[in-house]
Ligand binder design. Structure first.
Ligand code: GTP
Ligand code: MG
Length: 433
């Protein structure tokens, strides 16, 4: 798999912004955890020694240990999430497969995806799936078995099946991107539930349209609701099946120059009409981006062709062997351009929404701990000064007593001396008499 390997070692990918930020914040939280544990041990020892720290403070410190551990756990699970929506058969599953460079999700004509399918990376080279509400790992040997497993399950359209795919098989999974595939927006009446259950923590949304037709009311309505529930969601629009336009008789190459020029003109007209509508939708209707940003969010691609090209590449063949129609190279480049912009957008957005919260929590925990420690330090200083004062007082007293004692001793000495002299005098007097 020459191309895959080349991509996997490409650490210039914009996704690395998220990967590096995640590593950094995890390391910082590791240090915070150590510091909190050490401080708690110290505080508990202080409590045993003297009445410097009370029970409430000790308990508060212990609560920080749990808080930090909980944040660390969430951090380990943080990822970048992209959700795909659009009408049935527009090619949502095919776009995900093209990005994953492998046919992982079932795709086909008719209503294929019948519940939410989340594809995420698994460690240890294992492929398995897990149904909502169960921890059981159902082994997946191949894609056919996965498709069968998904079809056999009588799942509600809002429920979620998690597909774990070996990280090393795709750089996007390795870098913690999680893909959410959905059933067509036209087959459900529960769109609000969909948004509440699967979209609120998505970093990017991809609306997959069919370039052969125009955006439907159901597709528009869905994104209106998304943008009401989330402030400024990041939305990309893919006009998929663009290869089909190249096969349109009116756009095909002609032997006469005049007919050929007309064909190119009308091809461009269709493209600019779609582009204008998509930009208007993002800017004027949803008001989620300005004209310039919106122009960078609309693409004309062929998911099926891209997937075929990538499968050829993985076999060591040139990608154009996967071409479906004329103009393959342009569509292939456009798909890669979409991926690049998508990667930039998702990693920046995920860093902001996910890590900003964690870093401000970390700051407030360490700020609270610092002010508590400052208080304790102040109390210890007062306590130490008090002891010092007592010591000084005692020393003064001892010194006073010593002086008194010396004086008394001196006086006693004098008295004894005088007494001895007096006795001696009396004795010699008596002897003389
Ligand atoms: P549901 O899961 O039913 O909602 O459909 P979906 O949106 O996931 O579409 P899916 O990926 O299953 O594709 C539907 C059919 O369209 C499949 O037969 C695909 O091979 C085909 N298809 C998808 N993308 C393209 C494309 O870019 N060009 C062409 N020609 N066919 C495509
Ligand atoms: Mg599908």
């Amino acid at each position: 798999m020459p191309d895959n390997r080349m991509y996997q070692t490409n650490d210039k990918s914009p996704l690395q912004i998220f990967v590096r930020a995640k590593k950094k914040i995890n390391d910082i939280y590791g240090e915070i955890e150590e510091y909190v544990l050490e401080t708690t041990t110290f505080i508990n020892a202080l409590h045993a020694d003297a009445e410097i720290v009370d029970k409430a403070e000790r308990e508060l410190f212990e609560s920080y240990v749990f808080k930090v551990a909980a944040i660390r756990e969430v951090l380990q699970r943080d990822h970048m999430k992209v959700a795909f929506f659009g009408r049935t058969s527009n090619g949502k599953s095919s776009v995900i497969n093209a990005m994953l460079r492998e046919k992982i999700l079932p795709s086909g004509i008719g209503h294929t995806t019948n519940c939410f399918c989340q594809v995420e990376g698994s460690d240890g080279g294992e492929a398995y799936l897990m149904k909502e509400g169960s921890d059981e790992k159902l082994n997946v040997v191949n894609i056919k078995q996965l498709a069968n497993a998904l079809c056999q399950e009588k799942l509600s359209e809002s429920s979620l099946v998690r597909i774990f795919w070996p990280r090393e098989r795709c750089s996007l999974l390795r870098d913690d991107v999680v893909f959410v595939d959905s059933p067509g927006v036209d087959v459900s009446a529960n769109l609000d539930d969909w948004i509440d259950n699967h979209c609120l923590n998505a970093d990017v949304f991809v609306l997959v349209l069919n370039a052969e037709s125009t955006m439907t009311r159901a597709e528009k309505q869905f994104f209106h609701t998304v943008s009401q529930k989330l402030s400024k969601p990041n939305i990309f629009i893919l006009n998929n099946r663009w290869d089909a336009s190249a096969n349109e008789p009116e756009f095909q190459e002609s032997s006469t120059l005049w007919v050929a020029t007309c064909a190119i003109d009308s091809f461009q007209q269709v493209k600019s009409q779609h582009t204008e509508r998509c930009i208007d939708f993002l800017t004027k209707e949803l008001k989620v981006s300005n004209e310039k940003e919106a122009a960078e969010r609309v693409f004309f691609v062929s998911a099926r062709e891209t997937l075929q090209a990538r499968i050829e590449e993985s076999k060591g063949n040139p990608p154009h062997l996967g071409a479906i129609a004329d103009g393959f190279q342009i569509r292939y480049f456009e798909f890669q351009d979409f991926e690049r912009k998508f990667e930039e957008c998702i990693s920046q957005s995920a860093v902001k929404t996910k890590f900003q919260q964690h870093s401000s929590r970390g700051k407030s925990v360490s700020g609270d701990m610092r002010s508590m420690l400052d208080n304790i330090y102040e109390r210890i200083t007062i306590f130490r000064n008090l002891k010092q004062d007592q010591k000084n007082l005692l020393t003064e007293r001892i010194q006073g007593t010593e002086t008194q004692m010396m004086q008394v001793t001196r006086e006693m000495k004098m008295k004894i001396h005088n007494m001895v002299e007096e006795v001696e005098e009396k004795v010699s007097k008596a002897l003389n008499e």
